[in-house]
Design a protein around this ligand. Sequence first.
Ligand code: A3P
Length: 312
Amino acid sequence: MANHRKKFIDLLDKAMAVADMMDHEDLLFSYKGILYPTTVCSPETFKALESFEARREDVILAGYPKSGTNWVGQILTNLVTTAAENNEDETNNLNDEELEVPYFEVGDPEKYQRMEKLSSRRVIFTHLLPHNLPESIFKNKAKILVLVRNPKDVATSFYHFSNGISILSSYETWDEFFTAFMTGKMPWGSYFDNICEWSKHVDDENVMTITYEELKENTALGVKKIAEFFGLLLTEEQLQTVAERSSFQAMKANAQKTHGEVGNILFRKGDVNDWKNLFNENQNQEMDKTFEERLARTKLGAKIKYEVYCKT
Ligand code: A3P
């Protein structure tokens, strides 16, 4: 995967260099009412994405930013690569040179034409809402893994990430960030809208959901379930290796190679409950109330186990 990662790191490095020169207010732009980072997304790319032709064997990972995308993304990529190596007949001619930056909505508008030429299973990550994805994903029944994480840890992670990376707007205080998070004025929009919208797809036959917290509790089991859902055939030993390679410590140690500079900021704590270091009592109450009103009765909201992970 060396060349593939290089493309990704180059893109991030370039975006950071451009962002360093930009005015704060230009860092985000709005498309169909949602904010996105100017240096890695563009209206042209969103327009081109509409006509992307998904395949049944595509492997899609969807979730709100800071839910553990890079973690589960690595698990998926390792599973797909190992399964392909096991099966010589399968589309295993993964060509490093051709693989694209895995984030669906990140890159130039021509990337979708290049992706058409990829014969291997395409592993695609996205933070987009389901109705902003190309229709062909649902029509062609590509399988989607929906990843969720409790809102308090997502907000905590997003705050530190926003202040650590020049591509995103930074915040002078946690209180300022909290207001932006609760009102959905965030890159990729509102956490609450994201969970609500994906909740409508929880029972689709081509959708599986997983939470950050359950994967943290039992990574080996999560890895096994993911492999089964996508029909990826690996031995027990291989599944174990994928799980071990995905540990926070292993990924952090490899961060420079896989993510360049961004790696130092991305692999921060990798834990559950760090929100307790930031949320004050009023903020706890406000989050509890909003969760109750917006998500508690949704199917995906129930999977978050708010009472277990978000109560003091
Ligand atoms: P923290 O900031 O709480 O540490 P994303 O990939 O969606 O941007 O999410 C980033 C969050 O996932 C960060 O959370 C990061 O530390 C955590 N993470 C990354 N790799 C992980 C791993 N292997 N195990 C557990 N958490 C991981």
